[in-house]
Design a protein around this ligand. Structure first.
Ligand code: SP5
Ligand code: ZN
Length: 343
C-alpha cells in the first residue's frame, strides 16, 4: 500500500504540562520520522507527498469559525507580546453560559479546546493543515481504486471535534478523510478507532449521522483520558442513533480481550455495509506506551491488521497516537503488514 507523508509535520513541536512543569510534548516530531523509517525499511510500498487541498474539505466537518480560529490563533497570541506556545487555561464548564465566543485570545483558546493538550505556536497551523492534506491525499488514492492506503499524519486528529482542539489534535484527519470519501461517491463509511484513547472528536462530528458508523475501542473513560466520553451507552442521537459504538476496556487489557472487542466492532462494521473503512490507527495500546494502560505486544499489531483485513473493505489507515517512540514504527507497520498479508 502507498504511504502519504509530509515533512511539514516538523513545523509543529509543542509543549505539555508534565509532572508540574512545561516540557516537550509526548507528541513529538521523532514519532512520525520513526514510522516513516519503518515504512521504508519494511518494503510496504511507495511513499509520496501530500497534495494541497481545498479549505472547504476542513469546513465540511469543522465549523468555519473554528478553522478561522486555528488559522489566526498564533498571530493573535503573538500580538499580545508572548513568544511561548499558546495554551488555554480556562474553559466553559457546567453551569456557565458557553454560547458566546470571547474576544480575547486567552478566552478563545479555552472556548475552542477540551484541554491544555493542543498548544499552538508559529508553525502549528501549517503542520496541522499538511496533516489533514496527507489524509485527504491518501483518501483520494482509495477513491481512485487502491485497496488500502496509509496516511502518516502528524499531528494526530481524533480528539478534535466539530469546533474543539485537544489531546494533541487540531483538525480531525480521519473525519475529514471519511467525509471526503462520502463527497467523492461513497454512500456509507465506517470509522474504526483503535487508539488507546476514546476518539471523542470523531464521535462528536458524526454523532447525529447514520451515514458514518463510528466504532472505538479504548481505555474505560472512568480511568483514562479523555474521561468525559467513551462510555458504551453513547450510541448516537436522532438519525445517528445506533451508529456510534464504544468499547471501553479495563486498565491492563491484553490481546485476548482486546480481540473480542475488535471482533464485535468488525461485526458492526460489516452490518453497516460500508463502502470504505477508515482506521484511526493509534499504537498507544502497546504495553510499554508511557501514557497508556493496555498490554498489546508488537506481534499483536500483526494480528490486529489481519483481523481488520477480514472486513474486506477498501481501507484508509490514519496515524493517531503512540508515544513509545522507539517501537511506534514497528507497531504501526506491523498493523499494515498484517493487513496486507491477510487481504
Ligand atoms: C492522539 C492521542 O493519543 N492523544 C492523547 C492525549 C493524552 N493526553 C493526556 C496525557 C496525560 C499524560 N500523563 C502522563 C503520565 C506519565 N507518567
Ligand atoms: Zn491516544
Amino acid at each position: 500500500m502507498i504511504t502519504v507523508f509530509s515533512p511539514k509535520h516538523r513545523l509543529h513541536h509543542g509543549v505539555e504540562l508534565k509532572d508540574g512543569s512545561v516540557k516537550p510534548s509526548f507528541e513529538e516530531p521523532d514519532r512520525a520520522e520513526t514510522v516513516l523509517a519503518s515504512v521504508r525499511a519494511s518494503g510496504l510500498g511507495e511513499v509520496m507527498g501530500e497534495q494541497p487541498q481545498a479549505r472547504s474539505c476542513y469546513t465540511a466537518v469543522h465549523s468555519e469559525r473554528y478553522v478561522a480560529f486555528l488559522e489566526s490563533a498564533w498571530s493573535e497570541w503573538a500580538a499580545t507580546g508572548r513568544t511561548h506556545d499558546a495554551l488555554p487555561l480556562v474553559w466553559p464548564v457546567r453551569g456557565m453560559p458557553v454560547q458566546q465566543e470571547p474576544r480575547h485570545i486567552d478566552g478563545r483558546l479555552g472556548f475552542y479546546a477540551i484541554d491544555a493538550g493542543a498548544p499552538i505556536a508559529s508553525g502549528t497551523w501549517e503542520a496541522v493543515r499538511a496533516s489533514a492534506d496527507v489524509a485527504l491525499t491518501a483518501m483520494d488514492a482509495l477513491v481512485g481504486g487502491a485497496a488500502a492506503a496509509f496516511a502518516l499524519c502528524r499531528p494526530p486528529g481524533h480528539h478534535a471535534g466539530h469546533e474543539l482542539a485537544g489531546g494533541y489534535c487540531y483538525l480531525n484527519n480521519a473525519a475529514i478523510a471519511a467525509q471526503h470519501g462520502l463527497d467523492q461517491g461513497a454512500r456509507r463509511v465506517a470509522v474504526l478507532d483503535v487508539d488507546f484513547h476514546h476518539g471523542n472528536g470523531t464521535q462528536d462530528i458524526f454523532y447525529d449521522r447514520p451515514d458514518v458508523l463510528f466504532a472505538s475501542i479504548h481505555g474505560d473513560p472512568r480511568d483514562s483520558y479523555p474521561y468525559f466520553s467513551g462510555h458504551a451507552d453513547e450510541t448516537g442521537i436522532g438519525p445517528g442513533h445506533g451508529f456510534n459504538a464504544n468499547y471501553p476496556l479495563p486498565w491492563g487489557t491484553d490481546w485476548t480481550s482486546y480481540a473480542d472487542a475488535l471482533d464485535s466492532a468488525l461485526v458492526r462494521i460489516r452490518n453497516h455495509r460500508a463502502d470504505m473503512l477508515v482506521v484511526s490507527l493509534g499504537v498507544d495500546t502497546f504495553a510499554d506506551d508511557p501514557i497508556s494502560h493496555f498490554r498489546l505486544t508488537s506481534e499483536d499489531f500483526l494480528r490486529m491488521g489481519q483481523r481488520i483485513a477480514g472486513a474486506g473493505l477498501p481501507t484508509l489507515f490514519v496515524m493517531e497516537g503512540g508515544y513509545m517512540v522507539e517501537e511506534i514504527g514497528i507497531n504501526a507497520v506491523n498493523t499494515l503488514m498484517g493487513f496486507e498479508a491477510a487481504r
